[in-house]
Design a protein around this ligand. Structure first.
Ligand SMILES: C[S@@+](CC[C@H](N)C(=O)[O-])C[C@H]1O[C@@H](n2cnc3c(N)ncnc32)[C@H](O)[C@@H]1O
Length: 235
């Protein structure tokens, strides 16, 4: 895989984003590889979506943003036009809002239910509103559908379509298993830890909500942190 061109910031005014452990939402194994290393590899995948060298011409919506991509973009000086991060985890969103002082970045807390990350939040419905305005060239959800039941995945597809510009692209990772009929929580005692889909079931869920599946890529055995990923275009 071609590497994303990144450089160390030399004379930028924004200070380096130092992320305390309590707002990291990646697994220990992924975190140990290095957030900026795994973040840059995933950003490369996102650039390849549109055959781009970088994201300097893109408005990006990151749902289930965590802190990794803000950290990577800022600390490695990755070109991007704008970045809107949304997450159901209030603590990490407040952290990003207070620490990131860069006009290209906005962050919004979204209080909806996730079995693992926000179990007390209200259930998402088709009437809920994603807390962002405008349209985006690229939306991505890295390691989010891997923690999401089908009802929520379906509503998110619909919302992301509403905020996609014409020709917009969307990328998300998923756990796929051909032996699963439709969907299963692999860890029954820990719902949301390993939400696993049958590829055909997930494809039709995506496609009945305004997206065309352009490609489904296998997980990358070389990196061990890039799961199966869906590349979608607006239908
Ligand atoms: C495994 S972490 C991945 C974080 C980030 N995408 C990354 O790859 O570094 C999953 C994130 O998704 C968020 N999340 C889960 N369900 C969500 C939803 N319905 N809407 C927005 N964020 C959600 C969680 O709070 C958590 O920060």
């Amino acid at each position: 895989m071609e590497q994303l061109q990144v450089s160390r910031p030399a004379d930028r005014t924004m200070k380096r984003l130092v992320v305390p452990e309590h707002v990291n939402r990646n697994t220990r194994r992924v975190h140990a590889i290095g957030p900026e290393k795994t973040g840059a590899a995933l950003l490369r995948v996102a650039c390849d979506l549109r055959g781009l060298a970088d994201l300097s011409g893109c408005d990006v919506l990151d749902v289930g943003c965590g802190v990794r991509f803000a950290q990577t973009i800022l600390n490695c000086d990755v070109p991007i036009r704008s970045y809107a991060g949304v997450d159901v985890d209030e603590l990490l969103i407040r952290f990003l809002q207070s620490e990131v002082d860069d006009p290209r970045f906005t962050f919004a807390y979204w209080d909806v239910h996730n079995p693992l990350y926000n179990p007390r939040g209200p259930r998402m419905t088709r009437e809920s509103m994603l807390p962002v305005a405008g349209e985006f060239d690229v939306s991505w959800l890295f390691s989010v559908f891997t923690h999401l039941p089908p009802d929520d995945a379906e509503v998110l597809c619909l919302f992301l379509r509403r905020h996609a510009c014409r020709g917009g692209r969307r990328l998300f990772l998923a756990f796929l298993d051909p032996t699963v009929a439709t969907f299963v929580e692999k860890s029954s005692e820990n719902p949301g830890l390993h939400s696993t889909y049958h590829e055909g079931f997930l494809r039709s869920l995506v496609e009945r909500n305004g997206w065309r599946v352009l490609a489904v890529h296998d997980k990358d055995p070389a990196t061990k942190f890039i799961q199966h990923h869906f590349v979608c275009g607006t239908a």
